[in-house]
Design a protein around this ligand. Structure first.
Ligand SMILES: *Cc1c(COP(=O)(O)O)cnc(C)c1O
Length: 390
């Protein structure tokens, strides 16, 4: 059952890591809840390539890694307990005391905090750059001690895209290691390693697990040296993923393309509809022609997922409360990519530096929605009546 020659992601993700001769023929791998894995002989404890300690992984972790290699067109995968540890691991793998890193101003908040707090303690300085920086603006930020660039496309909450075609040549010229947080496209709609990015990472917690019931992260690469750096730091920090979470993530990969396509299709229709509503100032969804980076999206991405944001014109708290209280199907909750629709007001967590137009919040009230698998007409009418309540 080889998936190597299949063209589509769906076929490959369904067949990768499956083999009738493994696991007694069961379609799915077993969950081995193991710390101790016995060796038949004392000598074997030290002379086997096999993992004999659960922290190093079990069969279910191997199956997940095979799936993720397929998804991101990678040669090496390092699993982490959650998405944030994938971000911090990737940054740590290419930085040492005295180095400088360029981090997109639109990075996931805790990634930004890791740079500002932990990397600083470790003697690494950071500069946050505008996600829409031109080649020239970006190049001007590179210092002799700059070693790495952290990208996230689209950016968290505000959905700017990087022009990778203009930034990556500058990274190569200056020998900067590039890292991209690919959680939004989930590896389905953007293949950063194909575009020349060196480390791609995902919060598997979002679309891969897809059911809001587990945590996972992964950093993927084609570079053997970077892979061994990742492995060494994961060992030193003791990073591991629980077998139950690894099981949920490998199971999520089997249905990932179908879920994200359905959620993405509903999200785009809802985004188009929201654009027409008088209470809405702007919709931030890269697949809309009105989005500032729509051409980059059309060039680099093959589709769009279910997460986007919009601003309401009103900034009046009691009007906003009427909107929130009227919603029936949108839960208020962090995380995203699950089967259920969610909405969060973003202003309290929007952290942007002076380089960004979001530094002064004069754009209206920013809401982020994760569109789930409910019937689209129900979601639309829910938003419709909540907007009217304003
Ligand atoms: C949620 C998220 C993370 C962190 O994932 P956790 O599993 O919650 O630690 C990282 N990057 C992005 C873009 C995210 O949305």
């Amino acid at each position: 059952m080889s998936s190597d020659d299949a063209k589509g992601d769906a076929t490959r993700l369904i067949h990768t890591g499956r083999d009738a001769s493994r696991f007694g023929g069961a379609v799915n791998p077993p969950i081995q809840r193991a710390s101790t894995i016995l060796s038949p002989t004392a000598d074997g404890l030290y002379n086997t390539p096999k993992s004999l300690y659960g922290r190093m992984g079990t069969d279910v972790h191997e199956v997940l890694k095979e799936g993720l290699k397929t998804l991101e067109a990678a040669d090496y995968v390092q699993l982490t307990p959650n998405g944030l540890s994938a971000c911090s691991l990737a940054l740590s793998a290419c930085l040492r005391a005295g180095d400088h890193v360029l981090v997109t101003d639109s990075a996931y908040g805790p990634t930004r905090r890791f740079a500002e707090r932990h990397l600083k303690r470790m003697g690494v300085s950071s500069t946050f750059f505008h996600p829409r920086a031109s080649a020239e603006e970006f190049g001007a930020l590179v210092r002799p001690e700059t070693r790495a660039v952290f990208l996230e496309s689209p950016g968290s909450l505000t959905f700017e895209l990087h022009n990778l075609q203009s930034l990556l040549p500058i990274c190569r010229e200056n020998k900067l290691t590039t890292i991209l947080d690919n959680t939004w496209g989930a590896g389905v709609y953007l293949k950063p390693l194909d575009l020349g990015v060196e480390l791609v990472l995902q919060a598997l917690t979002k679309y891969v697990i897809g059911h809001s019931d587990g945590f996972g992260g992964a950093v993927m690469t084609r570079d053997r040296k970077l892979a061994s750096e990742l492995e060494a730091i994961a060992q030193d920090w003791g990073l591991s993923m629980s077998p139950d979470d690894a099981y949920l993530a490998q199971r999520g990969l089997r249905t990932l393309t179908t879920r994200i396509e359905a959620q993405g299709a509903s999200a785009l229709k809802i985004a188009e509809w929201l654009e027409q509503q008088p209470q809405v100032r702007r919709v931030y969804h890269p697949a809309l022609p009105s989005h500032e980076d729509h051409e980059i999206w059309a060039r680099d991405f093959t589709g769009s997922s279910g997460l986007f944001s919009f601003t309401l014109k009103t900034r009046d708290q009691s009007e906003l409360n009427r909107f929130f209280e009227a919603l029936k199907y949108f839960g208020f909750g962090f995380s995203w990519g699950g089967f259920e629709s969610l909405l969060i007001p973003c202003d309290p967590q929007l952290k942007r530096s002076e380089c960004s137009e979001w530094a002064n919040r004069q754009q209206g009230s920013l809401m982020r929605v994760s569109i789930g698998l409910e019937d689209i007409e129900d979601l639309k009418s829910d938003l419709d009546q909540a907007l009217s309540a304003i």
